[in-house]
Design a protein around this ligand. Structure first.
Ligand SMILES: Cc1ncc(COP(=O)(O)O)c(C=O)c1O
Length: 367
C-alpha cells in the first residue's frame, strides 16, 4: 500500500467543479491581484476566527513580518520565540532588525510554556511569538497576563492551527494579532503561497493593509516604504471555497488521530499530548517520538509510507543561527525532539485501513 505524508489530490477531487468555475471566472474578469475574491475571503476568515478583521497577504512569513512591523518591533527590541518551530517564525523577527530570544519547549506539548517566557523577559522585550505547533494550542492565559502587565505584544503564529480552539476561542483571536499560512499542505491550504493576519486592532490591520501594498495610503500615494505582499485573486477564491469545509476536515483529522491512538497502543512510541479540558487541537501533523527514529523511517519508506521530520534541528542549532550569534546555551527539550520526532501521514481522508497498515508496519519494525 502507498500512503503519502499528505494527500492533497482527494480534496481537489471533492471540490473540482466549484474551484475550476471560480478560477475561470477570475480569468474572465481579470481580477488577478486582491479584488473581490480576496476581500470576501478576508471577511469570511475574520468572522470564522472571531476577530474584527483580517488582511490577506502572500505567505505566512509575510504575515509574521508585517505583524511585527505593525506592533512597532525593530532594531534594539527583543522578541521571545520558541527555538522549536519552523524557521520562518525566527526569520520574520530578523527581517525587522530585532533580536530573537530563543526559549525551550515544554516536554509534554512541545509548545512554549509560561515559565520559560517569564525567565526570558527583560526590559527590551517588546513581543512574544507563541507558535501553536502541529495544531496544538499553546497555554496562553498566563503569558497574556505577563504581557499585558508589561505592554508586550503577543503574536500568535497559527500557521499550523487553523480552527484550533483554546478556552472556546479560535487561535489567532486570543493574542494581539494572529498569523496564518495557507501553504498548500496546511489545514486550510491555497493553490500556491498565501497567508493572513487576524486581529481586533483596527489600526494595526490598516497599517498592514498599507504595508502589503508598497505603503500605499491612497492610489499611488506612499506613506512609507512597504512591500509587495498582496494575495492573488486565485488564492482568495480557492480559500473562500475551502474555508466552508475546514471544520469538517479538522474533525476528520481528529478522528484520524484517535484511530492512531488506538492502533499504536503497545508500541514504544510517545504519542502527541491529548487535548486539555480547554483545547481542541487540529492535528496539522501527527508527530510521535520514536526510539531508533531513522531506522523506523527507512523501514516505513520501504513499505510505501511517507513520513517527515518536523524538524531536523531546533533554531539554535541551525547554521544561520550559529553563524550569526554563535553557540547557544542548551535547550534540552528541543534538542531531544530533533533526534526523536517523526511525522506520520495525516490528512482528512486518511482511512482506518491506512492507519492500521501504518500501525502494523510500526509494530513489525519494533518486533
Ligand atoms: C509555524 C510556521 N510559521 C510560519 C510559517 C511560514 O508560512 P509560509 O510558508 O506560508 O511563509 C510556517 C509554514 O510552514 C509554519 O509552519
Amino acid at each position: 500500500m502507498k500512503i503519502p505524508l499528505v494527500d492533497l489530490g482527494q480534496q481537489y477531487g471533492e471540490l473540482k467543479s466549484e474551484i475550476d468555475a471560480s478560477l475561470r471566472s477570475i480569468c474572465e474578469k481579470t481580477q488577478f491581484i486582491l479584488g473581490p475574491s480576496v476581500a470576501d475571503f478576508e471577511a469570511a476568515f475574520a468572522e470564522y476566527c472571531g476577530t474584527k478583521g483580517c488582511v490577506a497577504v502572500n505567505s505566512g512569513t509575510s504575515a509574521l513580518h508585517l505583524a511585527l512591523l505593525a506592533a512597532g518591533i525593530g532594531p534594539g527590541d527583543e522578541v521571545i520565540c520558541p527555538s522549536w518551530t519552523f524557521i520562518a517564525t525566527i526569520e520574520a523577527v530578523m527581517y525587522t532588525g530585532a533580536t530573537p530570544i530563543l526559549i525551550d519547549s515544554e516536554e509534554e506539548t512541545y509548545n512554549t510554556g509560561p515559565d520559560a517566557v517569564r525567565a526570558a523577559i527583560t526590559e527590551k522585550t517588546k513581543a512574544i511569538i507563541l507558535v501553536h505547533l502541529y495544531g496544538h494550542p499553546v497555554r496562553m492565559s498566563e503569558v497574556m497576563e505577563m504581557a499585558q502587565e508589561r505592554e508586550i505584544a503577543v503574536i500568535e503564529d497559527a500557521a499550523q492551527a487553523h480552527g484550533a480552539m483554546l478556552d472556546g476561542k479560535r487561535v489567532g483571536s486570543i493574542g494581539d494579532i494572529g498569523c496564518f499560512s495557507f501553504y498548500p499542505s496546511k489545514n486550510l491550504g491555497a493553490f500556491g503561497e498565501g497567508g493572513a493576519v487576524t486581529s481586533n486592532n483596527e489600526e494595526w490591520l490598516a497599517h498592514i493593509r498599507s504595508l502589503r501594498s508598497h505603503g500605499e495610503t491612497e492610489r499611488y500615494v506612499h506613506g512609507e516604504i512597504g512591500f509587495n505582499m498582496r494575495m492573488s485573486g486565485f488564492q482568495g477564491a480557492v480559500l473562500g471555497i475551502k474555508l466552508k469545509h475546514l471544520d469538517v476536515w479538522n474533525e476528520k483529522r481528529r478522528t484520524a488521530a484517535s484511530m492512531y491512538r488506538n492502533a499504536l497502543k503497545g508500541t514504544p512510541l510517545i504519542l502527541p499530548a491529548d487535548d486539555r479540558s480547554n483545547t481542541k487541537q487540529v492535528y496539522h501533523m501527527f508527530v510521535v517520538r520514536a526510539p531508533k527514529r531513522d531506522e523506523l523511517r527507512a523501514s516505513l519508506t520501504e513499505k510505501g509510507i511517507g513520513t517527515g521530520i518536523h524538524y531536523l534541528r531546533p533554531t539554535h542549532k541551525q547554521p544561520l543561527w550559529i553563524s550569526r550569534f554563535g553557540d547557544h546555551r542548551p535547550l534540552p527539550v528541543s534538542e531531544r525532539l530533533a533526534d526523536e520526532v517523526i511525522s506520520l501521514p495525516i490528512f482528512p481522508e486518511l482511512s482506518e485501513e491506512q492507519v492500521s497498515y501504518i500501525a502494523g508496519s510500526i509494530k513489525d519494525f519494533y518486533a
